[in-house]
Design a protein around this ligand. Structure first.
Ligand code: ADA
Length: 568
């Protein structure tokens, strides 16, 4: 499934499929002689090589090769939708660039050549290396895979070409939009452009370029809003001589009013789940059909909201959310970052780069209503505040029509919350200690609702009660198929009881604007000592297991969410 943008004139060739492959293992990246590599295997793109039994658990340097045909003398660039965790791209032995964030899309420009058959080699590394790959840490509670895990595309472009088309909705009811086109390649002062909506001509003319950008206000004919129950989407095609780009957008507005989140001017309660991109067979490189199956289950549960934890989402998934009417919180890669990160220039540079990539890549999705970052970072630390303030300011400047938030698990010590639009709380009363449980406890789920009330009271008293609050993570592990009369931790019964209390509170309390249960499905976690808390080295808090088999809690959540009818 080709995610947007699409192209009707530009020559775009898919690079998915079989590549030559070899796994070099634990070798230094800066002493690789590309010309002397022997390719001993094959690999599929997209795929995570370490999700395949032959390379399961292996960490090291892998090398991919594919011979590609590029029209002699033409300019070409490759769009990698995601390579995990680090890569370096070579064409005919020439280093064309590298990238280090396993879930973020990026482009690599290729030098032109008189040859038509070109040798494309990609070094891919899934080892942890804070110098080269500062955004990935081995302590995160999800597995870090290796490979060209999302699709790659070869684009042949003219000397001056369309780089991005971003659509901002100025007035969703009357269909007023602003189209911002960024150009790449040779500098030009003005450009002839034609605009089409759903293939019908809208307007055209010569436009002067300011700082490589053209901005045009346009009116969408007979505008219909995008909503959960009626997710109306439009295609905008921009033609620039022999180049073009087709993006898809929806007319919708998201804002807050006091404690409420409004979609198209109406209050909405967000009810749903955190979802990792993960499956035992595929790792993070899940097929389209699994994405659809997950969304069909979430729709069956009555959910309208998905937090894409904890990294940039697959564009195919966001396209499906646009089409099926889901609201999404997308966030940049992060998990409990520490002061050593906040004070590390290398880390901070990579952090802002991935924020920019995320915003540019997902800009046109109506489903994305909230942007987050740095999940559960140590926001009690003084050194966190400047980074959080700067990050929130950057997001607001680049993407002013979306809500900004981050998930905190340290509310009472958090010093960074002031600028957020929505307060998002990750709490685990009744599961992890620290919420008033006692050793002779026989039902820690009794602690859940008091803890939620305590958070709300704290927010009121600390001046943060003036905006929406959502519980962005709350849940309990259950081993699929484990039933026990004691109904203690790890049983399906305890998880069902736990989520019954969570959903009862959220659906019955008008001061709570949303919930994303942790989590939709069980996912593979880090294979280190942390696994002592992770039976099977999985995070088992899924309402379905890793094969999407429903646990007892599924029926409980479905009964509450469906009663709220938040998909109407
Ligand atoms: C944190 C974290 C999640 C997961 C969860 C858990 O809230 O954000 O990724 O690790 O805890 O299951 O403990």
């Amino acid at each position: 499934m080709k995610s947007y943008p699409h192209f009707s004139q530009r020559k775009v060739i898919p690079l998915d499929g079989t590549w030559d492959f070899t796994f070099l293992g634990n070798v230094p990246v800066n002493h690789i002689d590309i010309s002397s590599i022997t390719f001993t295997d094959k690999m599929i793109v997209p795929a995570a090589y370490d999700a395949l039994p032959a390379y399961a658990g292996k960490r090291g340097l892998a090398v991919y090769r594919k011979f590609i045909r590029i029209s002699p003398g033409s300019l070409a660039r490759i769009h990698f939708e995601a390579v995990s965790m680090w890569c370096q791209v070579y064409i005919d032995g020439i280093n064309c660039g590298e990238h280090a964030c396993g879930y973020s899309g990026f482009w690599v420009d290729l030098p032109s050549s008189g040859q038509d058959i070109r040798e494309l080699v990609v070094l891919v590394d899934n080892r942890f290396d804070l110098e080269r790959i500062p955004l990935h840490e081995p302590y995160f509670d999800f597995y870090h895979w290796g490979g060209i895990i999302r699709s790659a595309w070869l684009h042949e472009v003219p000397t001056s070409f369309i780089d991005t088309v971003h659509i901002s909705v100025l007035d969703f009811e009357n269909g007023k939009i602003n189209v911002k086109i960024k150009f790449g390649g040779e500098h030009v002062d003005n450009v002839p452009l034609k605009f089409y909506i759903d293939d019908k001509p809208l307007t055209g003319g010569n436009y002067s370029i300011q700082d490589g950008i053209v901005k045009v206000d346009l009116d969408v004919p007979n505008p219909q809003p995008w909503s959960i129950q009626s997710p109306k989407l439009y295609q905008m095609k921009v033609i620039y001589l022999e180049d073009d780009m087709i993006v898809r957008f929806g007319l919708r507005k998201v804002e807050t009013s006091g404690k409420q989140i409004l979609l198209n001017g109406k209050p909405i309660k967000l009810l749903g789940y955190n979802r990792h991109e993960s499956h035992p067979q595929f790792g993070p490189a899940v097929p389209d059909s699994l994405m659809l199956a997950d969304l069909q289950m979430l729709r069956d549960l009555g959910a309208n909201f998905i937090r894409g934890s904890h990294y940039q989402q697959d564009q195919r998934f966001l396209d499906l959310c646009d089409e099926m009417g889901f609201l999404v919180w997308e966030e940049a890669l992060g998990w409990q970052q520490l002061p050593r990160h906040f004070n590390d220039t290398n880390y901070v540079k990579a952090h802002f780069a991935q924020i920019r990539e995320m915003i540019s890549t997902s800009y046109n999705h109506p489903c994305v209503i909230m942007l987050g970052f740095l999940n559960e970072a140590h926001t009690e630390a003084d050194s966190a505040k400047p980074l959080f303030d700067e990050t929130i300011a950057l997001i607001k400047s680049l993407d002013p029509d979306r809500l900004v938030t981050y998930a905190t698990c340290r509310l009472k010590q958090d010093i960074c919350l002031e600028p957020v639009d929505v307060v998002s709380l990750n709490i685990y009363p009744g599961w992890y200690p620290g919420w008033g449980e006692t050793w002779d406890e026989n039902d820690p789920s009794r602690l859940i609702q008091p803890a939620m009330h305590d958070c709300l009271k704290f927010l009121e008293e600390s001046g943060l009660g003036d905006r929406p609050v959502i519980f962005s993570e709350i849940g309990a592990d259950a081993i699929y198929g484990w039933h026990d009369p004691m109904q203690g931790h790890w049983t399906e019964e305890y998880q069902a009881k736990y989520l019954d209390k969570v959903c009862e509170e959220v659906t019955g309390n008008e001061n709570i604007s949303g919930l994303s249960i942790w989590q939709f499905c069980d996912v593979r976690s880090a294979p280190n000592y942390y696994s002592l808390h992770r039976p099977r080295a999985f995070n088992n808090k899924g309402t379905v297991d890793e094969y999407r088999r429903p646990k007892q809690a599924y029926g409980v959540v479905k009964s509450y969410f469906s009663k709220m009818d938040v998909r109407k």
